[in-house]
Design a protein around this ligand. Structure first.
Ligand code: UDP
Ligand code: MG
Length: 317
């Protein structure tokens, strides 16, 4: 099978028939063998009934129905698990992404040899409250992830070689950083393609809240940490702990030296608690110990983790 189209959706009943017709006509015009997997993420409207109807008329349609709303990442995860096509294309259900982009995305994966091609909504039809924070978000993500050529990490329209989606785990709200997940898994051939974007026709955005910025940055931090130290937590905690401990030790020496100097010169020795070094010594040594403990705990956890020996093996001969 050439293409699996994976469509996560939450209350998008009005858009689904048009999306399906459009996708079908593009696929047939190019002679692709394909499947369309709709993942109904706990919709409370009649999206599932619509998907059932589409399935009755078109056996290329598949549907997965969540019992409740889990979020876009879990929906993508289950779509990826089910996908059988050589190239997997994700796309939002709200018709903001155009199915006409599919053939070129497919070509870039199969002919240009990219692992992942991300859409880039250069001209975006979203309110300013979405587009401005997004610029900042992408600039940070480019820096942290080390993927300098991506302008639009979170674009819903993306194409992947099948191995990529079978070897990454999109959980929580990590759909914002799939290129980074892919890179961490060793799929480094990542490109972008400028894509057409349209204003939402029906319904409204599911990602309007402010908390997504905070959560987005925290997720980025998590990914950076997991990519750099996930398999060797002691290297970061042990290093920081050593630095703290060394500073604390130096402060102890300073406290002792001040006291000794006073005793030797016969002046009445000051109380150690009067010295700022005393407090530095105290906090630094405590912090240092804590960090070391965190490092040991991290190592214990990663040693017992089920996936501790899951490495990305490309081929064996
Ligand atoms: N979506 C989902 N589960 C959710 C929220 C959103 O499956 O909990 C789907 C939604 O139906 C749409 C896609 O994710 O197909 C992108 O959502 P939306 O268009 O609201 O995001 P925006 O384009 O405004 O960033
Ligand atoms: Mg949208």
């Amino acid at each position: 099978m050439d293409i699996s189209v994976v469509v996560p959706l939450f209350n998008e009943a009005e858009s689904l028939p048009e999306l399906h017709t459009w996708l079908k006509s593009v696929m047939e015009a190019h002679g692709f063998t394909y499947e369309i997997i709709f993942i109904n993420d706990g919709s409370t409207d009649n999206s599932w009934e619509v998907i059932q109807k589409l399935r009755q008329t078109d056996s290329y349609v598949r549907g997965i129905k969540f019992r409740r709303n889990y979020g876009k990442s879990p929906a993508l995860f289950c779509g990826f698990r089910a996908a059988q096509g050589d190239v997997v294309i994700t796309m939002d259900a709200d018709l903001q992404d155009s199915p006409d982009e599919v053939p070129e995305l497919y070509r870039m994966i199969t002919e240009d040899g990219y692992d992942l091609v991300s859409g880039y909504k250069q001209k975006r039809y979203d309110p300013l409250s979405k587009t401005i924070p997004t610029k900042l978000f992408n600039a940070t993500a480019r820096k942290v992830s080390g993927i300098p050529n991506l302008h639009d990490f979170n674009c819903g329209l993306k194409a992947y070689r099948r191995e990529v989606v079978k070897n990454i785990e999109v959980y929580g709200e990590m759909h914002r950083y799939i290129p980074y997940l892919a890179k961490n898994a060793g799929f480094g051939k990542i490109a972008e393609k400028v894509v057409q974007h349209q204003a939402r026709k029906h319904g409204k955005t599911k990602f309007g809240g402010w908390n997504r910025f905070v959560n987005g940055y925290l997720d980025l931090l998590t990914l950076w940490f997991m990519g750099s130290f996930g398999r060797k937590p002691m290297h970061v905690f042990g290093f920081l702990g050593s630095v703290m401990f060394f500073l604390g030790f130096a402060a102890v020496v300073a406290v002792g030296a001040i006291k000794l100097k006073a005793i030797c010169s016969g002046t009445p020795a000051p109380l150690v608690t009067n010295s700022p070094y005393f407090y530095i010594a105290l906090t630094m040594m405590l912090l240092g110990t804590q960090l070391f403990v965190a490092g040991f705990l991290g190592e214990l956890i990663s040693q017992n983790a089920e996936g501790r020996n899951n490495y990305q093996i490309e081929t064996e001969i």
